[in-house]
Ligand binder design. Structure first.
Ligand SMILES: [Zn+2]
Length: 291
């Protein structure tokens, strides 16, 4: 197995990331339903994130002196500007998560560019900086999406599933400096615990998983990732993980991660920057070997 040699004697890396979807996912889910715009209650499920749960998470991160990565749709940022500023001022990273949490797959190149740039302007207006990290909303992106991001100065994405180590994204057949930090469905609290009656989440119902079991699943993944020297990217949603009961799951992970001296807790841009330097392009490697 091709092991990563992490910096400063660390044995593995962990990224705590939070997708602050707010009401966007529920709006998108309601849209196709008869009278969908009238389902105010389902929107309020998502509002719990920005209104209440983000503060819970910020407190926890502060308790353990951990910096997180928050992927925020531009529309959520517009609706909750103070929340975005609070996250940023506390030293966490703001990442791009679409504008209205739209699925990039199926969108034209022009539409994708418009979404990317619209949210970048919002982040810039709010915190004086564009995002350099991206997480694809609603599951999938289009073939050209990584190229469009890379051309616009993005450093990394944390969207794909096919590895448990960072890697260079291949765009138009070439390895690039655009780093992917993969995540997994089993590291997603939404998959395990998000719930709504109508529109149904999960489709077909029924499930709110036992918190103890979810906590155990996450912990096994964290410990396993460390044992094998990998990179793990937790993908959590404030509206899910930030309830008074479920925040204990995050607490336990943060406790274990901070008590494990050789576990590198980093934000997306820290991992991407380090990886790019530590693992140069194969092309460059080949050239330097020839010299
Ligand atoms: Zn999302």
């Amino acid at each position: 197995m091709n092991n990563i040699k992490w910096p400063e004697g660390y044995k593995s890396a962990v990224m705590f990331s939070f997708d602050v979807d707010g009401d966007t996912t529920w709006e998108n889910g309601n849209r196709g339903l008869p009278n969908g715009d009238k389902y105010i209650k389902s929107l309020s499920v998502g509002q719990y994130g920005p209104k209440r749960a983000v503060d819970m998470i910020l407190d926890k991160l502060d308790t353990y002196s951990v910096k997180g990565t928050f992927f925020i749709p531009g529309l959520t940022a517009e609706r909750y500007p103070d929340m975005v500023k609070k996250i940023y001022i506390a030293g966490h990273e703001i990442g791009h998560h679409g504008y209205a949490h739209e699925r990039f797959a199926g969108k034209s190149t022009e539409e994708q560019i418009e979404i990317i740039e619209k949210s970048q302007k919002i982040y810039e207006d709010l915190v004086g900086k564009k995002a350099i990290g991206f997480r694809t909303p609603s599951g999938d992106w289009a073939v050209e999406t990584p190229g469009l991001l890379y051309e616009r100065g993005f450093s990394y994405s944390s969207s794909m599933r096919g590895d448990d180590r960072p890697y260079r994204t291949i765009i138009d057949g070439e390895e690039t400096d655009f780093i992917e930090i993969p995540t997994k469905w089993e590291l997603d609290d939404y998959v395990a615990m998000a719930y709504n009656m109508y529109p149904a989440e999960p489709a077909g119902l029924d499930r709110i998983s036992c918190y103890r079991n979810v906590s155990d699943n996450f912990m096994r993944e964290l410990e396993g990732s460390h044992r094998f020297g990998l990179c793990i990217s937790f993908m959590m949603h404030p509206q899910v993980i930030g309830s008074p009961g479920r925040i204990q799951i995050l607490d336990k992970l943060l406790k274990t991660a901070t008590e494990t001296d050789d576990m590198w807790i980093a934000t997306g841009h820290e991992i991407a920057d380090w990886y790019r330097k530590a693992y140069p392009l194969s092309r460059e490697k080949q050239e330097s070997e020839k010299r």
